[in-house]
Design a protein around this ligand. Structure first.
Ligand code: 1CP
Length: 349
């Protein structure tokens, strides 16, 4: 049975229940900005770290004690479940995922296997079991969404414009949908296994899907996202979060999905998302670049965001994207403390 966390503020906010203060966690809260992470990373490759349960547990737990955040996120990558289905991926320092056998043809898609979590990612399930015994806050499990995974698999690595990805999508919709189906099935299996192992919430990262127009999202991506979230809603009882960058034009579409939380980047303010009629819990969205500014600048912007978020139940503070390596640990400690303190007093109200 799933172990329940002591601090359930984050889960309450996901479910739009009232909370004593606004919960906070940060995307990429485990990473190179931490001296401890840099030290461990010297000894292991990225995948060695995330695939050794003891190291994964240590790296996942560190931001909880160091920053005082209200949720932990499993230390792995969106690429993790692709390796057991036959994708040859490595994480290059300062670059990101690099794939030596990119998808180009029907045969490439056919060759992709099915994920069996127990044999393919046993280290993930073990790390989740260990973490839920140990943490006092909820553990967020996660996966990459099919479009975002496909963008790496087709481009062969990080991209700015996703030309090859969109090229394949437009040139061969049948092949595209076959790839979406395969990745969708893998995502469902992987996330269900994370919940069985004890994860308290799930975030699906569709970081790069904002590159599509609303019409193309509807045609090429919405059907698989419907399937993923419908299945997860029917088979698990944990909150579902969906996040992307530059997805302001997709939000009314996302609000129709059976999800609990929408993650926003910094381009769409909390109040403008509410004005669009978004009814779900919102998560975000301080621009991570602001963390390089003096504290007064950060505090002013954080206040603005919190004043918008606190106006109704169902808000989680976060950044609009991941923490950069050159941010100071102290800045995030101070920000976490500020979010808790300011909202305990009811913010501006
Ligand atoms: O605390 C945490 O959030 C750690 C767990 C985590 C998560 C949730 C990592 C560790 N990666 C991710 C998700 C992830 N990975 C996303 C979705 C979130 C986002 O938009 O940032 C994406 C797009 C990736 C792909 C990826 N992996 C990139 C981005 C490359 C690009 O296209 O710009 C990078 C740099 C990686 C490597 C990686 N993953 C995680 C870390 C800490 C790192 C850096 C590894 C190192 O030490 O070299």
């Amino acid at each position: 049975m799933t172990q329940q966390p002591i601090n359930d503020t984050f889960l309450k906010a996901c479910r739009q229940e009232p909370t004593d203060y606004i919960p906070v966690w940060y995307m990429r809260q485990a990473g190179r900005y931490q001296p401890e992470y840099r030290q461990i990373r010297k000894q292991y490759s990225f995948f060695e770290m995330s695939e050794t349960p003891e190291v994964c547990v240590e790296v996942t737990s560190l931001p909880v004690t160091q920053l005082g955040v209200d949720a932990a996120i499993l230390f792995a990558d969106i690429m993790t479940p692709l390796k057991p289905i036959g994708v040859d991926v490595e994480i290059r320092s300062g670059v990101g995922p690099v794939i030596s056998n990119p998808i180009r043809t029907k045969q490439d898609v056919k060759r992709l296997g099915e994920l069996d979590p127990e044999s393919g990612v046993p280290f993930i399930l073990k790390a989740i079991q260990m973490l839920t015994q140990r943490l006092s806050v909820p553990l967020i499990g996660f996966a990459g969404a099919p479009f975002t995974l496909a963008s790496y698999m087709i481009e062969g690595g990080p991209s700015k414009n996703y030309h090859k990805t969109k090229g394949l999508m437009y040139a061969d919709p049948t092949l595209w949908h076959a790839l979406m189906e395969k990745l969708g099935a893998m995502t469902i299996t992987y996330l269900q296994a994370q919940v069985r192992a004890g994860a308290h919430a799930l975030q699906v990262f569709d970081s790069w899907v904002g590159a599509l127009s609303a019409e193309d999202y509807q045609t090429y991506v919405a059907p698989i996202m419907q399937k993923i979230f419908n299945t997860l809603k029917q088979t698990t009882d944990v909150p579902l979060i969906y996040f992307g960058i530059g997805t302001g034009h997709l939000l009314t579409e996302w609000d129709k999905l059976p999800i609990d939380v929408i993650g926003l980047d910094w381009r769409t303010s909390i109040s403008s998302a509410r004005k669009l009629g978004i009814t779900k819990t919102l998560q975000g969205n301080l621009d991570p670049s602001l963390l390089l500014a003096p504290w007064e600048v950060i505090e002013k912007k954080a206040k603005e965001i919190l004043d918008q978020g606190i106006s109704q139940p169902g808000y989680i503070f976060n950044l609009g994207h991941g923490i950069f390596p050159d941010v100071q640990v102290e800045t995030l400690q101070r920000l976490t403390e500020f979010v808790h303190h300011y909202t305990k007093k009811g913010g501006n109200k």
